[in-house]
Design a binder for this molecule. Structure first.
Ligand code: ATP
Ligand code: MN
Length: 461
């Protein structure tokens, strides 16, 4: 490997550097009478390093021939820049061109729409926005692990392929090695005993069920992995493949779950504000003005906890009209979630105690027999980013709930066993990683906060 320093390091230098090598891609090139100015970016930070080549310098002609998009290795000295707005520039002694790019390079200087950039996702990582997203995804991942590690949670790995269809019936991507043109059939239906796993298998929609098994042994666990949902929702908040963080705590209740979610989000937001100053400034200036102030406010104020019933009352009393009429028992739609967080409370809220009919079978039934100990964290701009609950830990109640929801308890015998042997209150939640990135950056569309999005009709790149 060639010895070089990253541009982020160069730009933060306190002193000039006599011998300095960098490598990166040409963002722009501009010529004046005496000089050629080349802006180089290597992905280590948002800012480019300006390289100035003077007429008569040995690599002047090389510089002249360079195009936007070319990759270069430059050795020279880092000197104070006379230009405004930047501290340093590089005077080259050697310029090595690895690969030039021609005029057809799609990322010329002009601004491109996010829609267009999605069509060239292979080059999109070289844009300012995707570069910043990649650094923020990295820091948020680091913050997530740091938070849970400091609190003594074990990082565990739950399976990606599953033969239990959990809550996701109809939303699952099937996994099979059967010949689709020649399926084995018995009694009129497909014989999955002949499939690879001897049963119908699919990609997981959540690691929760197995996460619970592990929490009921290790105490505190979290997963951080990919999940897959074949829901046909072409929205700005849904991906077919996304990353989810799922902590689970044994000997914990809904209150503990809410506290953990709030502390967790605060920790992550604070981390990003501290570690990603330059990138956050970019999102504040170019994507969503005020996003930094907003995050700072959220970090310094507590979340509001409201019951579902209270939320419905507030919505009913509102003067605004909704596309979906409000009544007790309905699932909150995006418009309702946004009204609550953006118009009414003006901050993140945690909605608890939802009607049992609109939530999963595993959520703990309240004494009213009508609501469950669920909690959703809703944030302005995005809506739901966390969904969680205290889990039903009573064997009989869980069986009854499964039957009520037309699930076959036999399929969940192992999940039920945990309620038979040493059951205990436990709780957890799932954070959609990309929804969190959306909220932090203010990006409108979830497809622009993941490098290679998978959505209905699209799994390119
Ligand atoms: P929604 O109602 O928004 O579809 P959900 O109720 O299906 O969400 P959960 O099953 O509770 O969501 O999943 C936990 C978290 O995973 C959600 O709070 C959200 O942040 C995230 N999430 C769910 N579905 C998607 C998706 N298709 N793409 C990206 N993130 C998702
Ligand atoms: Mn969903």
């Amino acid at each position: 490997m060639m010895k070089r320093i990253r541009i982020a390091e160069c730009l933060q230098s306190e002193v000039p550097i006599n011998e300095c090598s960098i490598a990166g891609w040409v963002r722009t090139k501009r010529e004046s009478k005496e000089n050629i100015f080349i802006e180089i970016n290597d992905g280590s930070c948002l800012a480019n390093l300006q390289v100035v080549v003077g007429v008569g310098d040995s690599y002047f002609e090389t510089a002249q021939r360079l195009h936007t998009g070319a990759s270069v290795y430059i050795h020279g000295s880092l000197v104070a820049s006379p230009a405004q707005g930047q501290k340093w520039e590089l005077k080259p002694v050697v310029i090595t061109v690895f690969g030039d790019a021609d005029q057809s390079y799609p990322l010329q200087k002009k601004r491109h729409s996010f829609e267009f950039l999605r069509e060239i996702a292979h080059l999109r990582p070289r844009t300012n926005t995707m570069g910043a997203i990649m650094r923020i995804r990295n820091q948020v991942s680091y913050a997530i692990h740091t938070f849970f590690q400091h609190k003594g949670f074990l990082y565990v790995h739950t399976p990606i392929i599953t033969t239990s269809d959990c809550e996701g019936a109809g939303e699952m991507f099937q996994v099979t090695t059967l010949d689709l043109r020649n399926l084995p059939v018995v009694n009129g239906s497909i014989d999955y005993t002949q499939d690879f796993f001897g049963a119908k298998a699919a990609l997981t929609v959540s690691g929760q069920l197995e996460g619970e098994l592990l929490a009921m042994a290790s105490g505190y666990i979290y997963t951080f992995g990919p999940t897959f949902r074949a829901e046909n929702s072409n929205t700005t908040r849904h991906l077919s493949e996304f990353w989810m963080v799922e902590p689970e705590m044994a000997f914990a209740t809904l209150q503990d779950d809410c506290s953990l979610a709030e502390e967790f989000l605060r920790f992550v937001f604070t981390w990003v504000l501290e570690k990603c100053k330059e990138d956050m400034q970019f999102f504040d200036e170019r994507i969503k003005p005020g996003i930094i102030k907003n995050l700072e406010l959220i970090v310094s104020s507590s979340f509001e906890i409201v019951t579902y019933t209270e939320a419905i009352e507030k919505l009913k009393q509102s003067r605004d009209s909704f596309e979906f009429p409000v009544h007790w028992g309905m699932d909150l739609q995006t418009e309702h979630e946004r009204w609550l967080t953006e118009k009414y409370f003006k901050k993140p809220i945690i909605v608890i105690h939802y009607p049992k009919a609109i939530k999963a079978f595993y959520m703990k039934l309240n004494d009213d027999n009508n609501t469950v100990r669920a909690m959703d964290v809703l944030v302005p701009g995005v809506g739901e980013i966390i969904g969680g609950s205290e889990r039903e830990d009573r064997y009989d109640v869980l069986i009854a709930r499964m039957k009520e929801m037309e699930l076959n308890p036999d399929d969940y015998w192992w999940y039920l066993d945990i309620r038979k042997f040493g059951s205990a209150p436990h709780a957890g939640f799932g954070l959609g990683f990309e929804r969190a990135i959306q909220f932090i950056t203010g990006m409108q569309n979830i497809r622009d906060v993941i490098p290679f999005p998978r959505t209905p009709g699209n799994a390119r790149f």
